[in-house]
Design a protein. Structure first.
Length: 595
């Protein structure tokens, strides 16, 4: 079966820290339009629209069940013997963990729902006698700082082996009988998962997590990967060194994922799977023997505009990747699972009877015990009551983590600074475009100059010819024709001169404009203002001032962008100048307000 990666975009509702933000996404069932809105009609009418189409869009009011419904067909395929993969991708705090792993009874995520669904479906197949035996097991690993570890047994050393598909050596796998088994394992694994508080998310996942189900039935063997990717985040000087290091690793592996998706979508010969642990492990889910669904989680808030745009561009590319999934059937003459396990037990018992050293015997005993547990479908870890108590205390501690005060000035400043930095990058890009446009004008100017000289020479030759006619021959039809041509050429010459003047004026204005824009690298000024505010540690009206500042600086950046776009698209220098003047005045006003 050859199938493109399916893409579902989930737009979550605004969260507390975004309550003053504008919504920058308009949604339909399969398409959406992004527009950077400031709330000011004058500026907003010039904002660019970015349109996207996907297989499905989950709106902010979509429930966890609605989202699971979109994943159901993939889980059915897994039950019928196809490898399947569901991956959540997005900026930090965009809702990936909520979508995949939420264990809140009222809002269960895809992993617990999938467990329940798989167990129910398998039981029903057994009851209908369509299936006589099966074994379902679960594993849970994380990639933190490019290191792979087992969340269910963190002391275990893991290794990736790539034969025809990637496999993890030494990874623990637990047999699953019910939904509760998986919930217990997830809760146990979540405690070993690397999380920390970021500027955007008070409990942010700093690792990529891959939970997998392995199903073996009478005649098929299949795997289901449920992946919660760590969220990308912009590096900032305010990050502590460990946080900075984590963020670097996350961004590098996500950028390799981007490169892999790019190479696959462009049908390149070399796919850089080996450049990161994440892509090595997902190599089969991306372009291989898997059916895959990508859930791209995004926030509708204008403060995440650029990051959301990037996530959607990534998702749009992923849609073009084609997987080649085949049903994994096993030969009927191979011994069934129970028989295989029984044979292994007798083999190990045989070895035991042959009197090995004490150490070997205890290892073998342990192996026999594990296998018996597996055979009895009792393979699920039994936590001792003390272990359970410790786990509960840890859970309660995590639940009671003090919620981050997002009004805390430092955090707010960081947010504003980060936005300003990306706006500045955007501006610089536009200045470069403007420079290119000016260069084009210069080339055009030179061309018209050359044409003008050629026409002047032609005119001289014609005038000379006329003088000769006047002196030598009677004035005839030919001479009248020549003088008409001269009139036309003179007209053209005048036209070219006018055009040259206009071009000169445009170039001068353009140069002035670039100079102004460069001076307006005045985000420097804005940063200075921020720094001053931080130093003064303003209280009381601080929040109001910061909000006002954020709105106004945002609007300013828009004015500048609009100006450039007008210059580029409509070639309307005058109109653009008015905006620029307006922007400069507004900038002065903002500065006055904060000085
Ligand atoms: N669809 C939703 N409805 C309601 N709340 C949501 C939704 N999606 C996410 N949230 C809330 O948004 C916050 C961030 O979500 P979550 O932790 O899942 O983000 P994340 O993308 O996993 O972030 P990170 O990459 O930092 O781990 C949480 O408080 C979560 O409860």
């Amino acid at each position: 079966m050859s199938d493109n990666i399916q893409v579902l975009v989930r737009v979550r509702p605004l969260i507390d820290r975004e309550k003053n933000d504008k919504i920058c996404i308009n949604l339909n069932d399969n398409s959406l339009v992004m527009k950077e809105t400031t709330g000011n009609e004058l500026f907003d009418q010039y904002a660019t629209d970015y349109s996207f189409a996907f297989d499905k869009i989950a709106h902010p009011d979509s429930t966890q069940e609605d989202v699971f419904d979109q994943a159901r067909s993939l889980i059915d395929s897994f039950i019928s013997g196809y490898n399947s993969s569901i991956m959540a991708y997005g900026l930090t705090s965009s809702g990936k963990t909520y979508t995949m792993f939420s264990c809140d009874d009222d809002n269960l995520g895809i992993v617990p729902r999938a467990t329940q669904y798989i167990c129910d479906q398998l039981d029903s197949l057994v009851q209908q006698k369509k299936l006589s035996k099966y074994s379902l097991s679960f594993s849970f690993v994380q990639i933190y700082n490019e290191q792979l570890s087992d969340l269910l047994n963190p002391t275990q050393q893991l290794k990736i082996r790539i034969t025809d598909q990637p496999e993890i050596e030494n990874m623990s796998q637990y047999l699953i009988k019910s939904y509760q088994d998986v919930i217990q394992l997830i809760q146990h694994g979540e405690m070993n998962r690397k999380t920390s508080q970021t500027r955007y998310n008070e409990l942010s996942s700093r690792s990529h997590v891959i939970s997998s189900f392995f199903l073996e039935t009478n005649n098929t063997v299949s795997k289901l990967n449920l992946v919660d990717l760590a969220g990308s985040e912009k590096l900032s000087s305010a990050m502590q060194s460990t946080q900075g290091q984590e963020t670097k690793y996350i961004n590098t592996s996500l950028s390799t994922l981007n490169k892999v998706i790019y190479a696959l979508s462009e049908h390149k010969q070399h796919i850089p799977y080996r450049d990161s642990v994440l892509t090595k492990l997902l190599s089969d889910s991306l372009g291989g023997n898997y059916l895959s669904l990508l859930i791209c989680c995004v926030s509708p808030a204008s403060s995440s505009f650029f990051e959301t745009l990037n996530s959607l561009r990534f998702a749009e590319r992923a849609k073009r990747v084609v997987n080649k999934a085949v049903k994994n059937e096993i030969q009927n003459d191979s011994p069934d699972i129970v028989e295989k396990l029984e044979q292994e037990i007798s083999r190990l018992e045989g070895i035991l009877e042959n009197k090995h050293s004490g150490e070997q015997i205890s290892v073998l005993k342990q192996q026999i015990f594990d296998l018996q547990q597996t055979l009895n479908f009792g393979g699920l870890v039994e936590f001792s009551s003390t272990e359970l108590k410790t786990l509960q205390i840890e859970l309660d501690r995590k639940k009671s983590l003090p919620s981050l005060d997002f009004n805390n000035s430092l955090d707010k400043f960081q947010l504003v600074l980060q936005k300003q930095e990306s706006n500045l990058e955007y501006l610089l890009q536009k200045i470069n475009q403007q420079n290119n446009y000016l260069n084009q004008l210069l080339v055009e100017f030179e061309l018209t100059q050359r044409q003008k000289i050629q026409l002047g020479q032609k005119l001289q030759r014609l005038q000379f010819k006329m003088i000769k006619n006047d002196c030598g021959k009677p004035i005839g039809v030919e001479k009248l024709g020549e003088s008409d041509k001269i009139g036309v050429l003179e007209g053209e010459l005048n036209g070219l001169e006018r055009k040259n003047q206009i071009l000169k004026a445009k170039i001068t204005k353009g140069k002035e404009y670039i100079k102004q824009m460069k001076q307006m690298d005045g985000t420097e000024l804005e940063k200075k203002i921020l720094k001053e505010m931080k130093l003064k540690n303003l209280k009381g009206d601080k929040k109001e001032k910061m909000n006002k500042y954020q709105r106004e600086s945002h609007a300013l950046v828009n004015i500048m962008k609009n100006k450039i776009e007008i210059v580029l698209e409509n070639n309307n220098i005058d109109g653009a100048d008015k905006f620029c003047t307006g922007a400069l005045e507004a900038l002065k006003r903002t500065r006055n307000d904060y000085e």
